[in-house]
Design a protein around this ligand. Structure first.
Ligand code: 5AD
Ligand code: SF4
Length: 441
């Protein structure tokens, strides 16, 4: 059958969708060229904020109206459970994030409606990749046990589980052998790799509260794979910025100089209420260490505005932390209560208009800060992996540096580097979200 997967949410979902595509292709189905052409469409849903969930449910509703065989997968399915069929009575099937390996069988059986919430560790299903491209996501850790007050993820993605290191190494080795030059290791909190269950069969006993050497060891193992030029990872936590991690960064140039380090708030009072397990000072200390290690280390973050009880003073603390940390980029989210989470029991007392204002203020701050951060790089030569023509200007080529910064440069006819090839670019112009330069050599 001709199928498509339509994805909402984070990189974890992007990766899960790819695994489902690979499993469907392996089962003999064919990827449709466009939605009109598809007989079956699977909507991979997010539920991190109410709006995200509504979008995915709305999309599935439209597909049902268009008479497609419609399935849903992902986080909203797990949250809603049976309730998803109350919202979408004609939905054909729904599978939770840890049951995605079942999709080909459900399609083959054709017994609809069907709900599979599953809770298997699905390491095998997670190894499936679609051919093509020089970049690949690799999930190393699923689930989360942190229980931040606002977050639905532990409810929908289950307990933290680290995939066996040897499986991950074999997976990346196979990817590199077919031309993948850059992998991004995924997990809700990748630095906790191996903290819950043994990741390596020999050493690295799991340590419940802590950070083991399993993640730096994984970086080391991946760094020896021929052809692999870059290793990214996301997301991180300041407590995971250990000496061992820095040692791995120093020793292995493949490890990218970028950390996505969600801070959520700059107010100690709010951080404690959220259960983030670090203070403002501890967070900023981790940032300092990263920037001492390499002043150009790119640090990006997530922030929530309008958390219950967030005062003007708390908000200003977030603002000043962002300035002190000098984030290269940031993603701001307006607080959205998620049923069943700790903070949802509290009144959502910051008015929508005020959340919007705080969002806009932080966005404007980031624009000028991003520009300032990027201006420091004018004149320097960045190593970029070429991606393809720039979206905005087709006579330019685009790629990313180790810090995940977008770099574009003019290309002459016949001088277009193939995707994944390394190019040296001298930066001539800085913008808040993009660097412009000229190719050298
Ligand atoms: N409301 C708003 N933003 C949230 N996030 C997680 N849960 C919520 C929520 N209930 C944000 C956090 C997280 C990002 C992926 O989404 O900033 O890092
Ligand atoms: Fe990703 Fe969280 Fe959304 Fe799930 S709920 S797709 S884990 S952002």
């Amino acid at each position: 059958m001709k199928f498509l997967v339509h994805t909402y949410g984070c990189q974890m979902n992007v990766r899960d969708s790819e695994a489902v595509e690979a499993l469907m292709l392996a089962a003999g189905h064919e990827k449709a060229a466009c939605e009109d052409d598809a007989e079956i469409v699977i909507v991979n849903s997010c539920t991190v904020r109410q709006k995200a969930e509504e979008k995915a449910v709305g999309k599935a509703g439209n597909l049902i109206a268009a008479k497609k065989i419609t399935g849903m997968m992902g986080c909203a399915v797990k949250r809603l459970g049976e309730g998803i069929f109350a919202k979408l009575p004609k939905l054909d099937f729904a599978v939770g994030p840890r049951a995605l390996g079942m999709i080909p069988k459900i399609v083959a059986d054709g017994r609809f409606p069907r709900l599979e919430l599953g809770d298997d560790m699905m390491s095998r299903a997670l190894a499936a990749h679609v051919e093509g491209g020089f970049q690949a996501f690799v999930t190393i850790l699923v689930g989360c046990d942190n229980r931040c007050s606002y977050c639905i993820v532990p409810d929908v993605r289950g307990h933290e589980y680290s995939r066996p290191a040897r499986e991950i190494v074999a997976e990346v080795r196979a990817l590199a052998a077919r031309g993948v030059a850059e992998v991004c290791l995924l997990g809700q909190s990748v630095l906790r790799y191996g903290a819950r269950n043994a990741a390596w069969d020999d050493a690295d006993a799991p340590s419940p509260g802590g950070y083991t050497e399993a993640f730096p060891r994984l970086l080391e193992a991946l760094a020896s794979i021929p052809g692999l030029r870059r290793i990214r990872f996301t997301s991180a936590h300041p407590k995971g910025c250990t000496d061992e991690l820095f040692r791995a960064c120093r020793e292995f140039p493949q490890v990218c100089r970028h950390m996505h380090l969600p801070v959520q708030s700059g107010s100690d009072r709010i951080l404690a209420d959220m259960g983030r397990r670090y203070t403002r000072a501890e967070y900023l200390a981790a940032v300092s260490r990263l920037r001492e290690f390499d002043p150009d280390f790119a640090i990006t973050t997530d922030v929530i505005v309008g958390y219950p009880g967030e005062t003007e003073e708390d908000f200003e603390a977030t603002r000043s932390l962002m300035e002190e940390a000098g984030f290269d980029n940031s993603f701001v989210f307006k607080y959205s209560p998620r049923p069943g989470t700790r903070s949802a029991a509290r009144e959502d007392d910051v008015p929508t208009a005020e959340k919007e204002r705080r969002d806009q203020v932080l966005l404007a701050d980031q624009q000028s800060r991003g520009l300032r951060r990027n201006e420091r790089l004018v004149g320097s030569v960045r190593e970029v992996l070429a991606e393809g023509p720039s979206k905005r200007n087709k006579s330019r080529w685009s790629g990313r540096d180790s810090g995940n910064r977008i770099v574009v440069w003019d290309v002459a006819q016949g001088d277009c580097p193939p995707p994944g090839s390394p190019v040296k670019v001298r930066i001539t112009e800085a913008h808040a979200q993009i660097l412009v330069g000229e190719r050298v050599e």
